[in-house]
Design a protein around this ligand. Structure first.
Ligand code: ADP
Ligand code: MG
Length: 290
């Protein structure tokens, strides 16, 4: 399913004098099926507001643009939002705070029962087991535990299991690596990569972390004050160094170093992934030796 956002605008407290906040202004974006898509931007730039539109959590106002997700037209009154939400899974910031059930099993099963009230018990169990294993947890070990007995990283995995249990085609995550230590972050990204390889077709990730976006996303956009500032491949976005710094945004480490080297006469163009960065530096070095 392709996500097509066309000319989308949104205001909080619309029409209330002095209170209105224009959170999105004429946003147009296309996210293709199969993308690992990054949404970057400083706090308050509209990222969370934007993604909550994708599965209809925030409804599109009159004459405020349109969104299509595959066959779903979100401006259509007859749009089946329940079905849409089973296909577009959403993981909010710090999802571990949204766990509430007595056991991990019940927490993961909750969303499923919501979407598919007619599922048989065995089928629920099978799906919950699959979801828990997909996020790298041991089903037998955790199923009867209270979510509150788990570590922070495990809780986050349980929350993701509760989203992927409905077998979404698209998984949208708001700042999923926030607050994780470097090793936790690396493991977590491995998990997302695996999910993307085999289970969900499209991943959309909101992140402050430019290294993450450079390394893992094939496309990205930069939001600024509710508008799309830039859109494209990360290597093209991050080559606009001065503009990004002016917006108060960071760059991936690989882009900083590439730029510093260039200032010193060393040309090592690369796409800012670790692998390509190393390839470029090695190529330069081999040239020097000759
Ligand atoms: P981001 O996720 O990029 O930090 P948000 O989408 O949360 O940005 O916010 C965009 C703008 O909308 C900000 O100015 C923010 O203060 C405002 N905003 C967000 N949520 C609400 C809300 N529930 N009520 C009023 N204003 C809000
Ligand atoms: Mg946000």
């Amino acid at each position: 399913m392709r996500i097509e956002i066309d000319n989308l605008s949104y205001s909080y407290s619309a029409g209330q004098k002095g209170l209105e906040v224009k959170a999105l202004k004429n946003v147009s974006l296309t996210i293709e099926e199969g993308d690992f898509y990054g949404i970057i931007g400083h706090t308050g730039s509209g990222k969370s507001t934007l993604i909550q539109h994708i599965n209809g959590l925030i409804k599109i106002g009159k004459n405020s643009g349109s969104i299509r997700v595959g066959e779903f037209d979100l401006t259509d009154k007859k749009c089946d939002f329940n079905k849409l939400r089973s296909l577009v899974g959403m993981v909010f910031q710090y999802p571990e705070y949204q766990l509430f059930s007595e056991t991990v099993f019940l927490d993961v099963a909750f969303g499923l029962k919501n979407f598919f009230p007619d599922l048989k018990e065995e089928e629920i169990e099978e799906r919950v087991k699959t979801a828990i294993e997909l996020v790298g947890l041991d089903y037998e070990k955790v199923k009867n535990k209270s979510p509150f007995e788990l570590s922070g990283g495990q809780k986050r995995r349980v929350a993701i299991a509760g989203t992927i249990v409905s077998k979404p085609e698209i998984l949208v995550l708001d700042e999923p690596a926030a607050g994780l230590d470097p090793i936790g972050k690396r493991d977590f990204l491995k998990l997302l990569k695996n999910l993307h390889k085999g289970f969900v077709k499209t991943i959309v990730i909101v992140s402050h972390d430019m290294d993450l976006v450079a390394e893992h996303c094939n496309r990205a956009c930069v939001m600024n004050h509710g508008e799309v500032f830039a859109e494209g491949a990360p290597k093209d976005i991050f080559s606009r160094k001065n503009e990004l710094l002016e917006l108060g945004l960071d760059l991936p480490l690989t882009a900083y170093i590439t730029d510093k080297l260039k200032e010193n006469g060393i040309e090592a163009p690369n796409d800012f992934t670790e692998e390509d960065f190393i390839r470029a530096i090695t190529k330069w070095y081999e040239g020097e030796k000759r």
